[in-house]
Write a protein that binds this ligand. Structure first.
Ligand SMILES: CC(C)(COP(=O)(O)OP(=O)(O)OC[C@H]1O[C@@H](n2cnc3c(N)ncnc32)[C@H](O)[C@@H]1OP(=O)(O)O)[C@@H](O)C(=O)NCCC(=O)NCCS
Length: 287
């Protein structure tokens, strides 16, 4: 049967996400939950905060997406206070693991002081190194008390969407000095049968001049093992190359890493016991 390549509709992109969620091993029944923490000074001004997400893929993990402290208030224990609160909330929710990403110009030593270890390293085209770090909360790690802990007097509380914008803006302004804002283009495509029905689909993002990321790749069960996933992956790689990007990144688990290995993807790190008893891999391919 011949298939033609076409754009994914929004509904089809959602459908693919749902199908992948069915395949990925579940550890807990909880749905994804994003939360924001903020620290305010005496005038109610936000001077630090974080955005975190719990239970992605129904795993008992908290992903710390953003952590930022206003430049005027750094090295006073505020970042540590936020991190400890994230860990407290994680434990309260029954999560075992906190993961996060940082870069060589950011804060790896800060996290290591708090008992985080690097599980992925990636040298980027611009010379910076990206790290993924993890802390298993069920393993004993002494609580780190910063030398200057004077910021602990400020109030920490849950924030809303507007507070999240302040925090995102803080980290963006900080990062601008080190890295350009890469233009991002989506690659949302499907292989369709003659009636236009989705047989296989892919959701990917290409950061021009930086890297491409495959978010989701899915082939309907009846059509697997016919090279359709490989064909779509090739399309992503072609698109990435055309957009000046020389590396593709993705995540896989022990349940599907073989597919990516056959397509030339190499291991850049592994997160053990996430989900429980399984392994999550971070992969890359140079184009
Ligand atoms: C990283 C950040 C959140 C830390 O917050 P903070 O309030 O300054 O951190 P703390 O005061 O709690 O620091 C605790 C210890 O870590 C050290 N530390 C903090 N940031 C550090 C960094 N970027 N690199 C190396 N060490 C760092 C502190 O000096 C202190 O060490 P000490 O106890 O030996 O004196 C803050 O510096 C920040 O917003 N930086 C810019 C954005 C950023 O890098 N965010 C993290 C993205 S992943």
């Amino acid at each position: 049967m011949e298939y033609k390549i076409a754009d994914l509709t929004k509904e089809e992109a959602v459908y693919i996400g749902e199908k992948i969620n069915e395949i990925v091993p579940r550890e807990v029944d909880a749905d994804e939950e994003e939360f924001v923490l903020k620290v305010e000074n005496e005038n109610g001004e936000i001077i630090g905060g974080c955005i975190a997400e719990a239970f992605e893929f129904h795993w008992s993990r908290i992903l710390l997406e953003t952590l930022w402290v206003d430049e005027r208030y750094r090295h006073k224990g505020i970042g540590s206070m936020i991190l400890r609160e994230v860990e407290r909330i994680a434990k309260e929710k029954g999560c075992r693991v906190v993961t996060l990403g940082t870069a060589s110009f950011m804060a790896r030593p800060f996290y290591e002081k708090h008992g985080y270890t690097v599980f992925t390293t990636l040298k980027k085209a611009n010379g910076y190194i990206s790290y993924s770090l993890v802390k298993y909360l069920d393993r004993d790690a002494p609580e780190y008390v910063p030398t200057d802990n004077s910021g602990a007097r400020f109030r920490i509380s849950y924030g809303n969407d507007d507070d999240a914008k302040v925090i995102e803006n803080g980290i963006d302004t900080y990062s601008e000095d080190y890295e350009p804002e890469y233009e991002s283009v989506g690659f949302y495509k499907k292989l369709a049968d003659k009636d236009g029905k989705l047989i296989a689909g892919v959701v990917a993002d290409v950061h021009k001049g930086d890297y491409g990321f495959v978010d989701a790749l899915f082939t309907e069960a009846a059509f697997r093992r016919r090279g359709l996933g490989t064909a779509l992956l090739r399309e992503v790689e072609k698109f990435a190359k055309e957009n000046g990007t020389s590396m593709i990144l993705t995540y896989a688990g022990d349940w599907n890493v073989g597919f990516f290995a056959k397509n030339g993807y190499l291991l850049r790190g592994e997160l053990k016991d996430v989900p429980k008893g399984r392994v999550c891999y971070e992969l890359f391919k140079e184009l």
